[in-house]
Design a protein around this ligand. Structure first.
Ligand code: OGA
Ligand code: MN
Length: 291
């Protein structure tokens, strides 16, 4: 296996080992798992991209998340990000376009769920000629850049995340009543320690909006500031998709966002998502219960 660094202090392209190897061979899995813990973002090119292979690959890393209510193909392992419905590209005001716009906010996947995500695996199925890149930044790097006094202030700070908070930034009806009920706000520490290497990462997202013990306006301001600082241009890797790409990221240690494209052109991607477990540091990011 060869790892080629992608650029801004995180991320690597994996060569010599493919997603099918990981699905079928323990040694290949171990090598890629090690690279994942170290580099936070892995890019595989020229892969045999298909639903069953993607699930077999993803399963090696842990339990898979089921898609939420109101997703395309809800309650499955596959999140289909697409602007095609019934064989046609949808209208510009269609829910699927709003979903794409919400994905264009910097976020980490599933921080609004009761069990957040360890990792996401995204594969390209149909790509537009231009645009539709996915951008990434390292929140481990962002944490390391914070002044020490802010780090110690944030070490035990707890933020509230909700699905509605990010969706409401796009359109008031994007989060349905069913989703609002199924996905009540959840609280997480503002940093996530990776037990595999002891490195901490800032845990923020467009889903986050409040901090325990802080005035709401001040909290929103601080969260926005942290997000801005983490996502400064020079710290961003932009992934230009090619057919056959499979990209995996560590939701504990990177933020990502989708970029716009000509929404009249088809873009179809498939995501599988691996839930975080105790072994991934989940118990530590969970704040103590208040009585
Ligand atoms: C995702 C996501 C952005 C994109 O799959 O979790 O945010 O570029 N995707 O499709
Ligand atoms: Mn996402």
């Amino acid at each position: 296996m060869e790892l080629v660094p992608l650029g801004p202090g995180f991320g690597a392209e994996v060569r010599g080992v493919g997603i099918l190897d990981v699905a079928t061979d323990t040694d290949a899995y171990k090598a890629v798992r090690g690279a994942f813990e170290e580099h936070s973002l892995l890019v595989f090119r020229d892969q045999p991209v298909a639903d069953d292979i993607q699930v077999a690959y993803s399963r090696a890393f842990g339990p898979l998340e089921l898609t939420k209510v109101s997703s395309v193909g809800q309650n499955t392992f596959y999140s289909r990000l697409t602007n095609m419905v019934d064989g046609k590209v949808v209208a510009p005001d269609h829910r699927q376009i709003l979903v794409a716009k919400a994905n264009a906010l910097w976020h980490t996947d599933s921080s609004f769920k009761k069990t957040p995500a360890l990792a996401s695996v995204l594969t390209a199925r149909v790509l537009p000629a231009d645009g539709g890149e996915t951008e990434f930044t390292s929140t481990r790097r962002a944490w390391e850049r914070l002044p020490v006094d802010l780090q110690s202030r944030l070490k035990d700070a707890v933020a509230t995340h909700s699905y509605a908070n990010s969706r409401d930034q796009i359109h008031p009806d994007l989060a349905t009543d069913l989703e609002r009920k199924a996905l009540p706000p959840v609280r997480w520490r503002l940093n996530w320690r990776n037990p595999a290497n002891d490195r901490r990462a800032l845990y923020v997202a467009s889903h986050a909006y409040a901090i325990d013990g802080m005035d709401d306006r001040d909290a929103r301001q601080l969260l926005a500031q942290l997000l801005d600082e983490a996502t400064r241009r020079e710290f961003v890797y932009s992934h230009k998709w090619r057919q056959g790409d499979a990209v995996m990221w560590d939701n504990r240690a990177v933020l990502h966002r989708g970029r716009p494209w000509d929404y009249a052109r088809e873009r179809t991607m498939v995501r599988t998502t691996i839930s975080a477990t105790t072994a991934d540091g989940l118990d530590e990011v969970r704040p103590p219960v208040v009585h």
